[in-house]
Design a protein around this ligand. Structure first.
Ligand code: ZN
Length: 284
């Protein structure tokens, strides 16, 4: 169980990225002010940028969800690719346990992987793997004959399945996907959802639906698999690499997510926060 102070420490660790905002303000206020020039520092991940597809309703782990059908794929929260097995059309056919959080763990915390030879800038993969291995018990091993594994390949955006789905699964990386975005996508492959989808998130944030781009509203829906999923421990972690920023998917330059006091926060795609590490430790 993560003590609340972990979340605070994780947040403080990211202050360096905000420090150019204003030398005259103290760091706390600098960290919570909107900084237009910083909104592009890190981009939120999308499987198919600019495409919203069609809205679909279903159940994931027994919880009602809205997802998008784009190019024949089932896309949840922008960058999570669900399998047909994971999505049920009714509660009656829903799987009895959370896909991606319970049955979707990687046995012995080992992820087998390959890198498609056509993927440019493969340091995005090796650096992201090195970061996960330096900070968590997860180990990544080059696949030989294993049945279940991840292939990193070129994609139209940045996307991943949620958890181990069985057989070959992909992490898709467009040219704009950074090492930080890939650390985030690996988080999905390990079973992490977005931090703002926690069922208790309304305690910590306001969702400003009127500022969300049309067709992306479901990226802000709540989902929690009842007790599993490491990042549901402790407080909502604004410094999580799995957290959206205040301006993610904004239609008008106004925030889509604020803290309860109305202040904004930046997206963090540098590395795992203390809370992310604690969550993964709890899961694996
Ligand atoms: Zn994501």
């Amino acid at each position: 169980m993560r003590a609340p102070r972990f979340s605070r420490l994780a947040f403080l660790a990211t202050l360096g990225t905000f420090s150019v905002f204003s030398c005259s303000k103290d760091q706390e206020s600098a960290a919570v002010q909107p900084v237009a020039s910083h909104q592009q520092d890190a981009k939120v991940e999308q499987a198919y940028p600019g495409q919203t597809g069609e809205s679909q309703a279903g159940y994931l782990g027994g919880q009602p969800i809205e997802y998008r059908s784009i190019n024949g794929e089932l896309i949840y929260e922008g960058d999570i690719i669900l399998t047909a097995d994971q999505v049920a059309k009714s509660t009656g056919t829903a799987r009895p346990e959370s896909a991606g959080r319970t049955s979707g763990r990687w046995p012995s915390a080992v992820v087998y992987y390959t890198i498609d030879a056509a993927l440019p800038n493969q340091a995005r993969v090796t650096d992201a793997i090195a970061h996960w291995q330096a900070n968590t018990p997860i180990r990544f091993v080059k696949r030989t004959t294993q049945a279940n594994y991840v292939t990193f390949r070129v994609g139209s955006g940045c996307s991943s399945n949620i958890g181990m789905v069985g057989g070959r699964q992909y992490i898709n990386l467009a040219s704009g996907c950074t090492t930080g975005n890939n650390i985030h996508e690996i988080g999905h492959a390990l079973g992490l959802f977005h931090e703002q989808t926690r069922n208790d998130r309304d305690t910590y944030v306001n969702i400003l639906t009127q500022n969300i781009q049309s067709g992306y509203e479901s990226n802000f829906s709540k989902y929690s698999a009842l007790g599993y999923g490491g990042t549901d421990y402790g407080m909502l972690d604004f410094g999580s690499i799995m957290m959206y920023g205040s301006f993610s998917f904004s239609s008008n330059g106004q925030p889509t997510i604020t803290k309860k006091d109305g202040s904004t926060f930046n997206i963090q795609r540098t590395g795992l926060s203390a809370g992310d590490k604690t969550g993964i430790d709890a899961m694996y």
